[in-house]
Design a protein around this ligand. Sequence first.
Ligand code: MF3
Ligand code: CO
Ligand code: CO
Length: 258
Amino acid sequence: MTIILKSASQLEKMRVAGKLASEVLDILTPLVKPGITTEELNQAAHTYMTEVQGTIPATLDYRGFPKSICTSINHVVCHGIPGNKKLKKGDIINIDVTVIKDGYHGDTSRMFEVGEIKPFAARLCKVAYECLWKGIAQVKPQATLFEVAAAIEQHAHAHHCSVVHEYCGHGIGQSFHEEPQVLHYAADELKEIILKPGMTFTIEPMINLGKLDVKLLGDNWTVVTKDRSLSAQWEHTLAVTKTGYEVFTLRPGETPLY
Ligand code: MF3
Ligand code: CO
Ligand code: CO
């Protein structure tokens, strides 16, 4: 069990990769409209990454994943595969982008509303976003990942939502997924993971309107809620600094919520 601490020059590369990942979501934002297919979003992202940014789409061929982004609609929790499905008014969709630049990864996802959405769907997206920032707010040297997870879980439960257990955030750097595993629920094992300056990881809670149980579809990627309730997720890549944290994947104008 080894958590790789990054040097100042490595952190600078993570900063660049994080900003580029966030910019992919920025260019997709105006395209997320009723009628567009998730494959068209994938194509737009792929072209922007490879031809404009000079980044590598980290998900493409990652353990056999066939596309350059993940698109997870409504009751899809994560790892949805872009395809011919058209977005329709009232959908909520998570788009998850991971780029590699100069050998380092930036990983971020956001929720998007397709046209006008139902108040309960908007509420779930808001609670999930708050969960992400409740977790981030705990990040500082000597804190543990238990505090991060407990803050997320408490907030979700306070709003009668559940937290997915099977998938988690992760250390990130020259590898897409490295140690530690960043669970989003208060598991005792997290008390042993003490945060140190130079650690880099993602926080990416998956929050369900119904029960926490999930199942994997036959394509071996798409994860859905067992009860078909809506699920929402937001993700940032961050570093632990001397005094707290630095988020590498902020969107323009985004500031800490707490
Ligand atoms: N970007 C996802 C994460 O946040 C991982 C996607 S792996 C894939 O960790 F293979 F599904 F693309
Ligand atoms: Co991630
Ligand atoms: Co991601």
